[in-house]
Design a protein around this ligand. Structure first.
Ligand code: GUN
Length: 291
């Protein structure tokens, strides 16, 4: 079994990005600039956004954090999005999700200029991704594809099972694993209403768990020699950890790891790659690589 080290891979990619930023700026180009909008004080979102700001510093990007209280109106938030769309210094921006219930998330996502949508959530980017056109690919699936490539894991012609069908991870992940230029695999998507979920998982050469249920994938669901990617990051109370909680994956790591050829740990697997891919997208936005 080989551990897939997302933390080390992300650090290497961020160093590559920082080097490219140095070259761009030496050529007189502007410093790439990522803005993040954070509404309210959700613990998980605070941590993600803080880590995104740190990653920007590591890559040599400028970053802006725009904070609002949870009682901001939808119209006020839309105004902020419009301002960022028009701000020529901002190359890309994200609105951290989830948003308070009185705000229509989809409306906010669709208000973002797709050329600055480094999260890859806008329907134009989702649609372009689905038919293999240049676009911003949402960060977690892009991070997983990057890990598979950097570890030289063969995916072409393999059987891949994706657990979960969220717009952010499950659906785009399945699309990428299907596409010739990325996974080129045979792909099955399973979810909470799939009757033969366990049997499907047992057939998988590559199993990607993004179901959001801690320890859901047990050893009896994994084929000998499979590649297992754990996207789960459920915050579980744990007084022995800093901050009073720990991150729990979707895979029962202790019993599954021994059966795998490759496996991602939680933390230190997919999580750091998600933020790293957001940096990759921001650099692309600054260079206008996609448009
Ligand atoms: N909430 C959880 N993951 C993400 C993400 O990748 N982007 C944004 N904007 N919000 C999130």
């Amino acid at each position: 079994m080989q551990l897939i080290d997302g933390k080390a891979t992300a650090a290497a990619i961020k160093a590559e990005i920082a080097e490219e930023v140095r070259r761009l700026m030496a050529d007189g180009k502007k410093q790439p600039h990522l803005a993040a909008v954070l509404v309210g004080h959700d613990g998980g979102s605070e941590t993600y956004v803080k880590n995104k700001v740190i990653a920007c510093e590591q890559c040599g990007f400028k970053s802006s954090l725009i904070r609002f209280e949870a009682d901001i109106t939808e119209a006020e938030l839309l105004n902020c999005v419009h301002r960022l769309n028009q701000d020529e210094d901002v190359d890309g921006f994200i609105v951290q999700l989830p948003l308070p219930k009185h705000i229509d998330e989809q409306k906010i996502i669709e208000a973002i200029d797709y050329r600055k949508d480094v999260d890859g959530f806008h329907p134009i980017n989702v649609g372009r991704m689905a038919i293999g056109l240049p676009c911003f690919i949402s960060a977690t699936p892009l991070g997983i594809i990057t890990l598979l490539q950097r570890y030289g894991i063969k995916t072409s012609g393999k059987k891949c099972v994706v657990l979960g069908r969220s717009n952010i991870v499950g659906k785009p992940m399945a699309q990428l694993m299907l596409q010739k230029q990325y996974g080129d695999a045979t792909v099955t998507i399973c979810h909470s209403h799939s009757p033969s979920l366990k049997e499907e998982c047992r057939e998988a050469d590559i199993l990607i768990a993004a179901i959001g249920q801690p320890n859901f994938v047990t050893a009896d669901m994994v084929k000998e020699g499979a590649v297992v990617i754990d996207v789960g990051t459920t915050r579980v109370e744990d007084k022995s950890h800093k901050g009073g909680f720990r991150l729990n994956g979707d895979v029962k790591y202790n019993e599954v790891a021994a059966k795998c050829s490759f496996i991602t740990p939680v933390p230190g697997g997919v999580g750091p790659m998600t933020i790293c891919s957001l940096m990759t997208n921001t650099l692309a936005a600054a260079k206008h690589t996609y448009y």
